[in-house]
Design a protein around this ligand. Structure first.
Ligand code: BEZ
Length: 177
């Protein structure tokens, strides 16, 4: 299932951004962000996980990348992105709950990016519907340089493998380059 040097899918994400010109006590507006906006002329680390607020994602996967964000920057990574098949409101609240300030949380609420990446799996066994399989990747100017896909890719997987898509493995890869 190697994706090496394939182009990342062309997708428009629906995000929410703070805008002080919006009146009221919720000064946010919708902002479309395209794959080109995110990846063009940049070196990006993206990791994808099955869901905001789920145990491993909350205690380990996302915090690990936040903790090592400065190490990624020192290795010439422009941005570190956490993607999940959740909507922008859920991703915003998860970021706030964890006190994450460095990682960009990207909502793939329509699962379009995940589906086009071939990473969409059925998690109906948990009442989750369709979600992302856990993986990480380095993307250089819109092309996938390397990808770490957790083993056992399958629908309704009874376990949640988390062995190779974490921050430590990604750091080891980048340092080896
Ligand atoms: C977890 O992060 O622990 C998790 C993710 C998806 C399903 C169940 C658990």
């Amino acid at each position: 299932m190697t994706k090496q040097w394939q182009q990342v899918p062309n997708v428009t994400f629906k995000t929410r951004v703070r805008d002080e010109s919006v009146s009221g006590d919720n000064p946010f507006r919708w902002q479309d962000v395209t794959t080109h906006d995110i990846f063009q002329n940049k070196r990006i680390v993206l990791f994808a996980l099955p869901g905001a607020f789920t145990p491993t994602c909350t205690t380990s996967h996302l915090p690990g990348y936040e903790e090592h964000y400065d190490d990624f920057k020192a290795l010439s990574i422009d941005e570190v992105i956490c993607l999940s098949v959740n909507d922008a409101f859920v991703m915003f609240q998860w970021r706030k709950y964890l006190g994450v300030s460095k990682i960009f949380l990207l909502p793939d609420g329509n699962a379009e990016f995940t589906r086009k990446m071939g990473m969409l799996v059925d998690k109906s066994n948990l009442g989750f519907g369709m979600r992302s399989w856990r993986y990480s990747m380095v993307v250089q100017d819109e092309k996938i340089e390397e990808m770490f896909i957790e083993p056992g890719f399958t629908d309704n997987c009874p376990t949640d493998p988390f062995e190779i898509s974490g921050a430590d493995a990604m750091l080891a890869y980048l340092k080896s380059k």
